[in-house]
Design a protein around this ligand. Structure first.
Ligand code: TLP
Length: 362
């Protein structure tokens, strides 16, 4: 049975063009700054994002954590949104690696506003840990791929900079945001002091993320990357795929967004599922399944038995992510499977109610 894998856009496999480029990549030792393909990827990324410099890193998590470390010193607080990846899925790395304390704020659809952030800034007194950094996320994963409005980003960064505070962007899916709101990634990245963007999610590269920032920032980031064991050698084989991800793949992300909307509209019609399809603007669909009577892990197992893989997020939420390796046809098949599984569930619960004599009138 062919599986339809909607767990994440991280599952995408390299395209034939990427594999070809990987096989042919010119390489050197990148710790000596001598890998021509890595150098080309970094230069090209800096150009596309209109930042002074870029650094290729093994993962989004390492990219985010290098940025936290370069921006802060131990004993400082970092403002993060309560559902952010940096806070929920990076294993307390900012505490372990940077000695910093997350100060959590709540956002609407993952997007905090400046007054909320301002209220969480540390007062300027010696017996309180000072705020060292603010982190934002675009698109916001756990909020369902929501887009950080450029105006909100500008406002937060401008106010933060007035106070001498840097702002980091977890832009793992910044290309999705750019395509969905019709702006360039350079424009969305402009107000931020550092940006992390992933090549290995919707853009389809097998491995790798980039950090972007000033030349001085990237120099320091390279030192921290090495300290964390992220100095890579003939890594041009990966950068070659990254270059194709960067140049060619953004153009097709609109297709993933349209597939996600098709899924969302279809799911919203199914009994027991709750979501607002109007809120789906990129490639992530989060659905509350409390009304089915199943837990998310049970529901995920049922779907898996029918060849559809989705992710579970907490006790009653599931996540479906569209990407290069799922077609419109796959999405329609997944919807049919979901409808069928939910119908079986209703029949099952009706039969057991009959059996227990709990059906009204029995
Ligand atoms: N997200 C993964 C999981 O870790 C949840 C996924 O399947 O979506 N920032 C954001 C916003 C992310 O969504 C992710 C990965 C990362 C950072 C970390 O990237 P990696 O997995 O390369 O360390």
């Amino acid at each position: 049975m062919r599986l339809i894998d909607l767990r994440s856009d991280t599952v995408t496999r390299p395209t034939p063009e990427m594999r070809e480029a990987m096989a042919r990549a010119e390489v050197g030792d990148d710790v000596y700054l001598e890998d021509p393909t890595v150098n080309r990827l970094q230069e090209r990324a800096a150009e596309i994002f209109q930042k002074e410099a870029a650094l290729f890193v093994p993962s989004g998590t390492m990219g985010n954590q290098i940025c936290v470390k370069v921006h802060t010193r131990p004993g400082q607080e970092v403002i993060v949104e309560e559902k952010s990846h940096i806070y929920n899925f990076e294993m307390a790395a900012m505490a372990v690696i940077s000695g910093t304390l997350p100060r959590v704020v709540r956002g609407r659809d993952g997007i905090p506003d400046w007054p909320t952030i301002e209220a969480a800034l540390s007062p300027n007194v010696y017996y309180r840990a000072p705020t060292g950094l603010i982190c934002l996320e675009n698109t916001h994963n756990l909020a369902g791929g929501t887009i950080l409005p450029p105006e909100t980003a500008h406002e937060i960064c401008a106010r933060a900079h007035e106070r001498g505070l840097p702002v980091h962007l977890d832009g793992a899916r910044l290309f999705n945001a750019a395509v969905a709101c019709g702006r360039s990634v350079a424009e969305l990245a402009r107000p931020f002091d550092s940006v992390m963007v992933c090549l290995s999610k919707g853009l389809g590269a097998p491995v790798g993320s980039l950090i972007l920032g000033s030349r001085a920032f990237i120099e320091e980031a390279r030192v921290v990357r090495k300290m964390l064991g992220g100095g890579m050698r003939q890594v041009g084989v990966l950068a070659a795929a990254g270059l194709i991800a960067l140049e060619k793949m953004p153009a097709r992300l609109a297709e993933d967004h349209e597939n996600a909307r098709v899924l969302a509209r279809g799911l919203a019609e199914l009994p027991g599922l709750a979501l607002d399809p109007e809120k789906v603007h990129t490639n992530i669909v989060i659905v509350d399944i409390a009304g089915t009577g199943w837990t998310a892990p049970e529901f995920v197992e049922r779907l898996k038995a029918h060849g559809v893989l989705v992710g579970s997020l907490g006790p009653t939420a599931i996540r479906l992510v569209t990407h290069y390796d799922v077609s419109r046809e796959d999405c329609l098949t997944a919807l049919r499977v979901l409808r069928e599984v939910l119908r079986e569930a209703r029949e099952h619960s009706r039969r057991s109610e009959d059996h227990m004599g709990t059906t009204p009138g029995s």
